[in-house]
Design a protein. Structure first.
Length: 179
């Protein structure tokens, strides 16, 4: 079976899709959708399932970016794309604005069809600004807040604990483990 590479590129003028049929190194533009819209984040859940964030909200494609469906903006935050954690069942972690506009953790075990709130520490300070999967374990995720907290979930986003507090606002994270 021939291999093919696919790259989804979010631009200020929509989503561009490149493909390398047969892994020959000859990348070709095979799609350009959502022209005129700014794509602020892209996440490929599989070769055909793609999530994007725009200033207007989140969108999902299940056909490789040929068509897009909005994701209920009341359900998820347009500031951060949800991400998938492999396993059985696969889980997705995202953010949802609460009644005060604060970003809070939500999770889904049905590919994003429904979302449930996660258990958070009551002493958490500020908006959740970033959520990332750990590179070293499929059940672990990390998060940061505008109040300078760093949090970790060891149970696929169901519950969160504070690892440290009092930092400057946290904007990005990467979690790896030395062998």
């Amino acid at each position: 079976m021939a291999k093919a590479g696919i790259v989804y590129i979010g631009t200020d003028d929509g989503m561009i899709t490149l493909s390398d049929p047969g892994a020959t190194g000859r990348w070709r533009r095979v799609g350009h959708t959502l022209q005129g819209q700014q794509i602020t984040a892209v996440q490929a859940l599989s070769a055909l399932e793609v999530l994007i964030a725009t200033p207007a909200g989140l969108h999902r494609s299940t056909d490789g970016g040929q068509s897009w469906q909005p994701i209920d903006s009341d359900t998820l935050s347009a500031q951060a794309l949800p991400f998938a954690l492999e396993g059985n069942p696969p889980a997705m972690i995202g953010l949802q604005p609460d009644k005060n506009g604060m970003q809070r953790f939500v999770r889904s075990e049905d590919a994003g069809a429904t979302w449930q709130p996660a258990a958070e520490p009551t002493e958490m300070q500020g908006n959740v600004t970033v959520v990332v999967p750990a590179q070293y374990h499929r059940d672990v995720a990390w998060a940061g807040t505008a109040g300078g907290d760093v949090l970790r979930s060891d149970d696929r986003g169901r519950t969160w604990v504070i690892v440290t507090q009092g930092l400057a606002p946290v904007r990005s994270l990467a979690a790896v483990r030395l062998a």
